[in-house]
Design a binder for this molecule. Structure first.
Ligand SMILES: C[S@@+](CC[C@H](N)C(=O)[O-])C[C@H]1O[C@@H](n2cnc3c(N)ncnc32)[C@H](O)[C@@H]1O
Length: 476
């Protein structure tokens, strides 16, 4: 199939090894095989075939049992060409396994036509889904046949406030009424932290238990999605709907083989944190349990705004942006200054950097300005925001390139005590005099504020060894 058609339809088949590993892991949590299987975006059938194979393997099913499951399988595909490939692949597999029943293969748009669901409330339903992961705004490759459908999908999604196709797929799946719904769902990691996916996380967590396996696309060769950005972080969600109110509703692990760790839901938007490594999970929970910046900004007259220079403006090139700001730029005394924060590219070693610049300096749109009246608070936040615990927090909460106001305010940065303010001022003074490095100063204040033990500091240093920037602001 040509590349543009693949992109337009969002045809990125699940690697068979990943599909099998994820399904077998998912089935560990179900006692019996499902009565009904739904595959809402079936593609060439890779995920569905892996599901049947795993069911055969795990439950040692008789011919009658597997034939019944196959007959109660519903697979949707909207693209006619891909649908024909799926039909052929499934026919071949059924023949090879000598299975006589036939699934319901439906050439239809799952989002637009299929969401008034075919299942009964008391049926055990398994949904397996690897939907397209496109933002509605970036579908450049659409061809005439599917453009109308895309526009209708976009209209449907914007009614709910969703920004990505995977979100509306998940929404429709969660509207299936079965009490015994289980779901295996592949998505970008943004599902765990994007504000637009908040309603979905709320439904998931209020009505069941989530197990997330997270990995970078390039990190495990046999699980790698072809033609997908190697740096993209992928989340495999294994979900069980349940009335039972467990103490933890979310468990997370890095990779597919490790043990899941319970994770505390963060902030009002139900962000599900994911540690950068399995070993840092407990430390992550400790740091994220500290007070967020939003908890004390109002009474201290701290406000956050976005930079103002549009990239089309003539002075855009001169505006301060992530490339031309040093982490610790500091203007001469007498000038009014402001603290700016930026998150930088996904494959760099450092994700957040704070700097102090002249208040009058124009700021590019991707950056945030924190206006603070008290100079001591500015020093404190400069050090804290450049610290390793905040780096850990940000990496755990999001994978986005830009740091928005909302996410900045959700970062842990507890209100300082008077002695911590004094300490921050003294540390900054020493840095200006050249007797202390900025990294060391950030470490010292963070150790105090986040009550870190020596072991925890060591763990953070191992995770983020290189905290320096060259003069362009890139890690040296
Ligand atoms: C990422 S591929 C996944 C294919 C398969 N599920 C797998 O895991 O190998 C997504 C598939 O969904 C199909 N698709 C996209 N939008 C759809 C819709 N609204 N309804 C049904 N299928 C859709 C695409 O044509 C594509 O084949």
């Amino acid at each position: 199939m040509e590349q543009s058609r693949k992109k337009s339809t969002g045809f990125y088949p699940t690697p068979r090894a990943l599909a099998k590993s994820a399904i077998l892991d998912h089935l560990l949590r179900s006692k019996k095989p499902p009565e009904v299987i739904i595959e809402p975006a079936a593609g060439a059938g890779d995920l569905l075939l892996a599901t049947w194979e795993c069911l055969l393997e795990k439950y040692n099913l008789t011919k009658i049992q597997i034939e019944e499951i196959v007959a109660n399988t519903f697979a949707y595909e909207t693209d006619e060409t891909i649908f024909e490939v799926m039909k052929e692949n499934i026919r071949t597999w059924l023949k090879m396994k000598k299975i006589n029943s036939r699934p319901q293969l439906i050439l239809s748009n799952f989002l637009l036509h299929a969401y008034s669901m075919i299942t009964k409330v008391d049926q055990d339903v398994l949904v397996v889904c690897n939907p397209p992961w496109d933002e509605f705004t970036t579908r450049k490759h659409d061809y005439d046949e599917n453009r109308t459908q895309r526009q209708q999908e976009k209209k449907l999604a914007s009614g709910f406030g969703y920004r990505n196709l995977y979100q509306i797929f998940l929404d429709r799946i969660l509207s299936i009424e079965s009490q015994n719904l289980t779901l295996l769902f592949f998505s970008p990691r943004q599902l765990m932290g994007d504000l637009s996916a908040h309603p979905l996380r709320k439904i998931l967590l209020d009505h069941g238990v989530c197990h997330f396996s997270v990995f970078k696309n390039s990190s495990i060769p046999q699980f790698r999605f072809d033609s997908v950005d190697p740096n993209l972080e992928i989340a495999v969600l294994s979900y069980m709907r349940s009335e039972y109110q467990a103490e933890h509703h979310a468990f997370v692990r890095r990779g597919m083989e490790q043990q899941y760790q319970p994770t505390r839901i963060h902030h009002d938007d139900c962000t599900i944190p994911c540690p950068p490594s399995n070993e840092s999970s407990i430390l992550m929970n400790k740091i994220l349990s500290q007070q967020a910046l939003s908890g004390w900004t109002c009474e201290n007259k701290i406000s956050v705004s976005r930079g103002k220079v549009d990239y089309q403006c003539i002075n855009y090139a001169d505006a301060t942006n992530s490339r031309n700001t040093n982490a610790y730029n500091y203007e001469t005394a007498g000038e009014t200054t402001s603290l700016i924060v930026n998150k930088i590219l996904p494959n760099s070693k450092r994700k957040v950097k704070a700097a102090i610049i002249k208040s009058s300096e124009p700021l590019s749109d991707s950056m945030l300005r924190i206006s603070i009246e008290e100079r001591e608070l500015q020093d404190y936040l400069l050090l804290i925001l450049n610290s390793r615990p905040v780096e850990l927090a940000l990496r755990s909460l999001t994978t986005n390139i830009n740091l928005n106001n909302y996410r900045l305010l959700s970062l842990p940065a507890p209100v300082p005590t008077t002695s911590q303010l004094r300490k921050a001022r003294d540390l900054c003074k020493k840095c200006h005099q050249g007797t202390l490095s900025w990294e060391r100063a950030s470490d010292e204040i963070a150790q105090d504020v986040f009550c870190l033990s020596l072991v925890e500091i060591e763990c953070l240093r191992k995770l983020f060894p290189d905290r320096k920037f060259d003069k362009c602001g890139a890690p040296s």
